[in-house]
Design a protein around this ligand. Structure first.
Ligand SMILES: *[C@@H]1O[C@H](CO)[C@@H](O)[C@H](O)[C@H]1NC(C)=O
Ligand SMILES: *[C@@H]1O[C@H](CO)[C@@H](O)[C@H](O)[C@H]1NC(C)=O
Length: 300
């Protein structure tokens, strides 16, 4: 599965019935292997690659999120958000192990309750990447790839997780992989929506909170396939060890975007294009939004 070259053309991003949700989920599996709008060729993945074969998925979860205390435990249609994310991630076929990394006993207890493996990390972790790195060191087994699965995307498709893993497995030159989807025109000027541009081979050129590329008319070009960055990232395990240690870089500091540090240091980052509605939960209001969306789509 998954080695058919596909090109992801512009697709409906906001359909609402349950069936098309499923189809789109499957579509993402194919689309995950292709990259922006047929602009470059899809990868053909080796079926039994021994390269970077051992994969761990880590869901970093902290209780005291600055914007939303206790966020991982907030119920979404009656189930804690972290459980929803975990259940989705569990469906990914490329993960040899899936763990929750947290510094919080309440979160740990909740996760053990629904059957998750939990790694306790120290409170001093300053971000999800550091938490992933600490969790990786505490795991008994050796892994080649770490997927950082954001706990606040309870509707993450397992196919997207598999897509970023396969992209990294297929590309020895890349140390990092991540995903993008089509940017909705109304999000063009939202600095919290991070935009991305890629080269002909599907490597990231740059990420920005501003609109890139910028049309000389000064307006959003309705015909340009702008790309929105999704939070999911996977790293080569060796790279993850040094990533938090790399000194901050000028573009990273100016844009306040961690991933720019990777590019500014000359590392290659593979980007896959997927069909996905981003429904991140950042505020208590987002919970209601996501619940009504799930009701519409008959997801429970
Ligand atoms: C800018 O956007 C317009 C549409 O708004 C498009 O026709 C044009 O090709 C784009 N690029 C340039 C260089 O103007
Ligand atoms: C995480 O936090 C550390 C310390 O502030 C910082 O050096 C690092 O760049 C941050 N991000 C990543 C991805 O490591």
């Amino acid at each position: 599965m998954g080695s058919t070259p596909t090109s992801s053309s512009s697709s409906s991003v906001s359909s609402s019935d349950a069936n098309s949700w499923l189809v789109r989920g499957l579509f993402a599996a194919g689309a995950a292997l292709a990259v922006a709008s047929g602009a470059y060729l899809a990868l053909s993945l080796p079926r039994f690659s021994k390269f970077r074969s051992q994969v761990v998925g880590i869901i970093p979860a902290r209780y005291a999120s600055s914007r939303f205390r206790g966020k991982p435990l907030v119920p979404i249609l009656g189930k804690p958000m972290i459980q929803r994310t975990w259940e989705r991630a569990k469906l990914a076929t490329t993960l040899d192990q899936l763990v929750v990394a947290t510094d919080d006993e309440k979160i740990a207890e909740c996760c053990r309750g629904f059957g998750a493996d939990v790694i306790l990390t120290s409170e001093s972790c300053r971000n999800g990447t550091e938490r992933c790195n600490e969790a990786l060191q505490k795991l008994r087994k050796k892994f080649d790839i770490v997927v950082n699965i954001q706990g606040d995307e309870p509707l993450i498709e397992p196919e997207i997780i598999d897509g970023v893993v396969k992209a990294l497995q297929a590309d020895p030159d890349a140390v990092f992989s991540t995903a993008v989807t089509s940017l909705e025109p109304e999000d063009a000027s939202d600095p919290n929506r991070v935009k991305c541009v890629v080269d002909n081979h599907g490597y990231a050129i740059y990420f920005s909170r501003g609109l890139i590329p910028y049309n000389k008319s000064g307006k959003v070009n309705p015909h340009f396939p702008y790309l929105l960055h999704l939070g999911i990232q996977s790293y080569d395990a060796q790279f993850l060890k040094i990533y938090p240690e790399l000194s901050p870089t000028p573009l990273q500091l100016e844009e306040d975007l961690e991933q720019l540090k990777v590019l500014e240091n000359g590392y290659k980052m593979k980007v896959i294009k997927v069909d996905h509605d981003a429904h991140g939960v950042d505020t208590p209001e987002d919970v209601e939004k996501i619940e009504s969306l799930m009701r519409e789509r008959n997801l429970s």
